[in-house]
Each structure stands twice: as C-alpha cells, then as structure tokens.
Design a protein around this ligand. Sequence first.
Ligand SMILES: [Zn+2]
Length: 69
Amino acid sequence: MTHRISFECRACKSRNVKQDAYAAWDEQAQDWSLANVFDADMVCDDCGEENVARIQIAPDGANLGETTE
Ligand SMILES: [Zn+2]
C-alpha cells in the first residue's frame, strides 16, 4: 500500500506546518483557490522553525520516518 505523506517540524515535532502559496480568486466558486505552492519556505506554525521534514505516515497516524519520495 501507499503510505500517506505529511510534514513535521524537526524542532518541536509538530505537524502544524505552513507553506508559502498564492491564492487566486475563483469567480465560479466565489472563493479563493490555491494558485501556486512554493516548494521552499515551509515553516512550523507552532514554533517558527523552518527546518521541516517530509515524512511517511502509517494508517494509524504513526510517523514512519523521513522520505524524499
Ligand atoms: Zn515546530
């Protein structure tokens, strides 16, 4: 099976991570939609750390470790 991917702060282990992005107005939906996500510049929303790991997640939410895939 394919594991899910998440992002985890290397400093405080929080998964409350934010990524810089642009939103564009969608006239059909009458709401903002994600227009572009920038690969760099992730930041932990809990402690402000910018050193964030890409991790695999088991179905029960357990951290299976870092991955680059
Ligand atoms: Zn953090």
